[in-house]
Design a binder for this molecule. Structure first.
Ligand code: 5GP
Length: 213
């Protein structure tokens, strides 16, 4: 029997680690399994990004009003911009038993852990710091200054990696997608996520008990 609530799955990783690509391929490979939480942000859209698809793009005032109205599950300031997870959608999906993926940075991830202690936290890293720098530069969407800032942030974030449940070393996207899917699917079988099924069989077995409980 499947646990009734869906899983809150947090995916974090250094900027340029490839977590966006992993998430994209995960949805393409297993389209019926997962739902994506779309964040709000005050950063400017990158070329090709659409409001309501990659992010809900907000002004600082709009974002601060969302904070005041308690519409966000978590939020963080990253590289001088706000990023946050709208609460209502995530709660709805989880209550419907759906697995929802939050692709967020570490400060937000740790807030999610406080709110949903049962959340599954995955951290994505490239095989080396060198590979990380190459990917960030190769992406060509950020200036050299921004690349340097993001690498400095990664150095800081690396000290929080051990707060996560699982580490994905992103060598090839194909392998990483399989690993992430495998981890999530296995999580559903944990005894703590199946307390109802355990109680049910315990109740059913009571008729066979020989006075020892
Ligand atoms: P980017 O500007 O590259 O899209 O995202 C920058 C960082 O913000 C990434 O690490 C991304 O995962 C994170 N991020 C995106 N949405 C959220 C969110 O809703 N909350 C938090 N805390 N971080 C987010």
């Amino acid at each position: 029997m499947r646990h009734k609530r869906g899983l809150v799955i947090v995916m974090s990783g250094f900027s340029g680690a490839g977590k966006g690509t992993i998430v994209k391929h995960l949805f393409e490979t297993y389209p019926d399994n997962y739902f994506l939480s779309i964040s709000a942000t005050t950063r400017n859209p990158r070329p090709g990004e659409q409001d309501g698809r990659e992010y809900f793009f907000k002004t600082k005032e709009e974002f601060e009003s969302m904070i005041e109205q308690k519409e966000l599950l978590e939020y963080a300031n990253f590289n001088d911009n706000y990023y946050g997870t709208p609460k209502a959608y995530v709660e709805k999906l989880v209550n419907e038993g759906k697995d929802v993926i939050l692709e967020i940075e570490v400060q937000g991830a740790l807030q999610v852990r406080e709110i949903f202690p049962e959340a599954l936290l995955l951290f994505v890293t490239p095989p080396s710091a060198d590979a990380l720098e190459k990917r960030l530069v190769g992406r060509g969407t950020e200036t050299a200054d921004v690349v340097a800032q993001r690498l400095a942030i990664s150095a800081r974030e690396s000290h929080l990696m051990n707060k996560y449940d699982y580490l994905i070393v992103n060598d090839t996207v194909e392998d990483s997608v399989k690993e992430v899917h495998g981890i999530i699917q296995s999580e559903h079988f944990r005894t703590v996520r199946n307390e109802e099924a355990i109680k049910k069989i315990q109740e059913e077995l009571k008729v066979f008990a020989k006075g020892d409980n």
